[in-house]
Design a binder for this molecule. Sequence first.
Ligand SMILES: NC(=O)c1ccc[n+]([C@@H]2O[C@H](COP(=O)([O-])OP(=O)(O)OC[C@H]3O[C@@H](n4cnc5c(N)ncnc54)[C@H](O)[C@@H]3O)[C@@H](O)[C@H]2O)c1
Length: 432
Amino acid sequence: MNRLASDLLGKIQRQQARIAVIGLGYVGLPLALSFARKGFRVVGIDTNERRVSSLNASQSYITDVPHAEIAAAVKQGRFAATTDVGALAEAHVVIICVPTPIKRRYTPDVSYILSAVRSVARYLAKGGLVVLESTTYPGTTEELIQPELEKNGLKAGRDFFVAFSPERIDPGNKHFDVTTIPKVVGGLTPGCAALTKALYGMVIKNIHQVSSTKAAEMTKLLENSFRIVNIGWINEIAQTCHKLGIDVWEVIDAAKTKPFGFMPFYPGLGVGGHCIPEDPLYLYWKAKRYGFNSKFIKLAADVNAHMPAYAAHRLEEMLKKPLEKTKLLVIGATYKKDVKDLRKSPSLRLIEILKHRTKVDFYDPMVPYLKIGGLDIQGVPLTKAGIKHYDCVVIAVDHTAVNYNLIRQNARLIFDIRNVYNNIQDRKIVRL
Ligand SMILES: NC(=O)c1ccc[n+]([C@@H]2O[C@H](COP(=O)([O-])OP(=O)(O)OC[C@H]3O[C@@H](n4cnc5c(N)ncnc54)[C@H](O)[C@@H]3O)[C@@H](O)[C@H]2O)c1
């Protein structure tokens, strides 16, 4: 480790390193606050003015982050948010947590990363550490970030330090948060990795170092591809079981009694959110550039994407009449249980498909209204009289805060896509 690295290591260990987090969303905000809680001074930089003013007024926009936690960090002078990238001039460590969406034709959109890195390059001083957390294709740190940061003549690994450390946070998960999920770290050089390990070691117990930034980038894509492929696979199994007249849920329950070699995944409307539908496509794209076709990823993405249409077809089959002649209530619009996030939600796709054919209302305890195809749709309250009025109640998302007993007592028919009525035998409940 050279003198610049040792200096920064000392600052990190004494909690004197000033940290800037770029991108204050589901990933950046909890991370910034965990460093602030540990005593670091953290500045959060975001291009979204509404988010910045909301944070400086101690208001959270993320379910897992309580207002009080922001208020405490702001009051202690350990956290402030700004839209001004000039704040990077004060930072010893910069952590980048900006979005990485997919453009058309399965092409990664790395424009947010590039824009953040160009700002960092403007203010980068000798001895600084830059860590990318955004999920991206293997090679991004070396091929995109390092050259941008070296444009001013400084050399990575000698004058400043660069690493990739994927974020694994799972919004809505009550058992694991950013500080209790083990962290994978890969540096451009051993010195870069050592500094990054030390940094995260201040707030996270288990750090796992890999040999390169590429290996760290690939680790995240392996994890998320594992999910998309297994969810796609179980969705295909669910369709096969239905054809064969077998209850897929009963079969999964039985299979998971095997104490090794099996891990349960559950069927549903597919995948949503910012990560699982998109991240594996970063790998798909990168592999294609090397002349390799990642068949599993594409196939799983296709099977999952078809699930809302499949659910609509099943609905029509169980109603025994054309959808046009029915009134439907969909429970849950977000991409998974107990989060407010609507991004890429397959439930929205189901509502959209059904809306083309009939009258559909929705109820979601996490979101009062939706925008579908440019139209504002207000959620309905969940009442005894209201439930009776529909031909079928479709449970698309298994939010905890839904009164499933009220639905069961009053619905004429229930399409239980998430198996919330596990083991309840009732002729009006049809499982996926
Ligand atoms: N959401 C998750 O569950 C999750 C989990 C693990 C990893 N990730 C990955 O982390 C990254 C961030 O995801 P997220 O869910 O936090 O996204 P998000 O959209 O919730 O937050 C990103 C924030 O970055 C801001 N931003 C965009 N460009 C910026 C710029 N140039 N400078 C400053 N701010 C900028 C946006 O305004 C937004 O507030 C993505 O790569 C994602 O794949 C997300």
